[in-house]
Write a protein that binds this ligand. Structure first.
Ligand code: 13P
Length: 340
């Protein structure tokens, strides 16, 4: 297979109606925080058991087409010795890998962050590919505040995302490009809309500059929502209207799929918002789907509690969220289904 055929095959496997992506790529500090919040001890063995639980959920491949793993998980094995990426593959799920190395302060842009991990990326990708990864993810963040994000932050994060994406494609790895506009703060939805537009505009300018082939990438953006502490809430219809408007302005039709992050929305909000986009707008050039971590995992993690006897109930909680988001991708989700 040529590199181009390889990229196309991965896109074809990952971009399917009624399916989305499971982000299970929490770094060790992040999964520690999430486990501790629900009283689960965090060590190599509980992380492995938990991710095995997700990947062995019966029927998961019906709603999940790709899974983003953390480096540690890529090398872990199930109880029977099967490598976890192989477990995903057998379930019909494409394994991928988070390749960024986290955030640091961006010099001369107080309050903004830049993502690290470009040095040695090509070499790391070759290793991840041998372990079964066919796509990658890189997360840039944009905090909203009185002076943030700065123009420098927006430009620099776009440049780094584009360099990452170009390096991935050269290696035959599909890049998920994730510009995350943070939900923290009391800003209104209009400010969020302006920042999402500015960030995505700059990202696509940089992708073009770096000759990234848009047909072989996936965008993982934030929905346009008000800040978490904003007194004025937004309906799913308003979120859908503003989010789709900005996607239309900023995302070329060549991009096959837009898979939203959940970013601190509740599982129900994340499903309702995605559904409003797919129910309210047709003939969009991209598939609109999900790439959720918290909105898919909060219920199963809280149900599991690290106990073997809870695995079945945790898997039921997980497949329920996967199914409801699969329906939201088709515009067929209804809030009443939460009671089923
Ligand atoms: P959330 O859905 O919890 O925002 O996580 C998605 C993700 O992969 C962040 O990088």
């Amino acid at each position: 297979m040529t590199i181009q055929e390889e990229l196309q095959a991965t896109i074809s496997d990952m971009v399917q109606p009624g399916k989305g992506i499971l982000a299970a790529d929490e770094s060790t500090p992040t999964i520690t925080k999430r486990f501790q919040a629900v009283g689960i001890e965090c060590n190599e063995s509980t992380r492995r058991a938990y991710r095995q639980l997700l990947l062995t959920t019966p029927g998961v491949g019906e709603f999940i087409a790709g899974v983003i793993l953390f480096e540690e998980t890529l090398a872990q094995q199930a109880d029977d010795g099967t490598p976890l990426p192989e477990l995903a593959r057998r379930a019909g799920i494409v394994p991928g890998i988070k390749v960024d190395k986290g955030l640091t302060a961006l010099a001369n842009a107080p309050g903004d962050k830049i993502t690290q991990g470009l040095d040695g990326l090509a070499e790391r990708l070759a290793g991840y590919k041998e372990q079964g990864a066919r796509f990658a993810k890189w997360r840039a963040v944009y905090p909203i505040g009185p002076a943030n994000p700065t123009a420098l932050g927006i430009q620099t994060n776009a440049e780094v995302l584009a360099r990452y994406a170009a390096i991935c494609q050269e290696a035959g790895i599909v890049p998920i490009v994730e510009p995350e506009v943070l939900i923290d703060g009391d800003h209104g939805i209009a400010q969020s809309e302006a920042v999402v537009e500015a960030a995505q505009n700059e990202v696509f300018a940089a992708l073009k500059r770096h000759r990234v082939r848009l047909e072989y990438m996936i965008l993982k953006p934030s929905m346009v929502v008000p800040g978490k502490a904003c007194a004025t809430k937004a309906s799913p219809e308003e979120v859908a209207e503003r989010t789709v408007r900005i996607l239309r302005r900023t995302v070329p039709a060549a991009v096959p799929s837009v898979n939203f992050l959940s970013g601190g929305l509740s599982p129900q909000e994340a499903s309702a918002n995605l559904n409003a986009m797919n129910a309210g707008y047709s003939n969009l050039p991209w598939l609109l789907s999900f790439s959720y971590a918290r909105a898919l995992q909060e219920p199963p993690m809280a149900t599991w509690q690290g106990k073997a006897e809870n695995i079945g109930a945790a898997q039921a909680a997980f497949i329920k969220r996967a199914r409801l988001n699969g329906l939201a991708q088709r515009g067929q989700y209804q809030a009443a289904m939460e009671q089923d």
